[in-house]
Design a protein. Structure first.
Length: 150
């Protein structure tokens, strides 16, 4: 059983734990997992099963707040998956998996921030705005529900 006190980990350590949990989750459902030597395109690993490949980007949070992904690190496709892990001390992480196509129809949970107006300096991004108010919208994306499709 792993140590469940996530708050003592640095952001980098938490991110590595998230990637490991996510790879293990995919492997436990029969996927082959391939980790790139360099993560410069927003792909943390590639998962393959039955001849189908999925690019996976892993995101981790400790608190319910906004998390963004730059659009130039994302491919809006059913084959580009986001693995979102919520770490709460004393518990194993909540793992959610969803395709990047969720941003084709943005809402309060899956937001689109194009930053395309004059004077805006941030790069275009999409985000996950998870909080107690919209937590129910994330429930259909729990990992076990995602893997039932296979």
């Amino acid at each position: 059983m792993p140590n469940l006190t996530w708050s003592h980990l640095s952001g980098m350590q938490l991110g590595r734990c998230a990637e490991s949990f996510c790879r293990l989750e995919f492997m436990s459902y029969g996927f082959s997992v391939y980790t790139p030597e360099l993560d410069d395109h927003g792909v943390d690993f590639v998962a393959k099963r039955n001849g189908e490949f999925y690019e996976v980007q892993v995101k981790s949070v400790r608190q319910d707040n906004y998390l963004y992904i730059r659009k130039d690190k994302l491919s809006i496709s059913d084959r580009f998956l986001i693995c979102y892990l919520r770490f709460v001390d004393g518990k194993l992480p909540d793992i959610f998996i969803f395709p990047a196509t969720v941003w084709e129809n943005p809402n309060a949970l899956f937001v689109d921030r194009p930053y395309d107006k004059p004077g805006q300096k941030s790069a275009p991004e999409v985000g996950i705005c998870y909080n107690q108010k919209n937590a129910a919208w994330m429930e259909p994306h729990r990992a076990d529900k995602f893997f039932k499709k296979f």
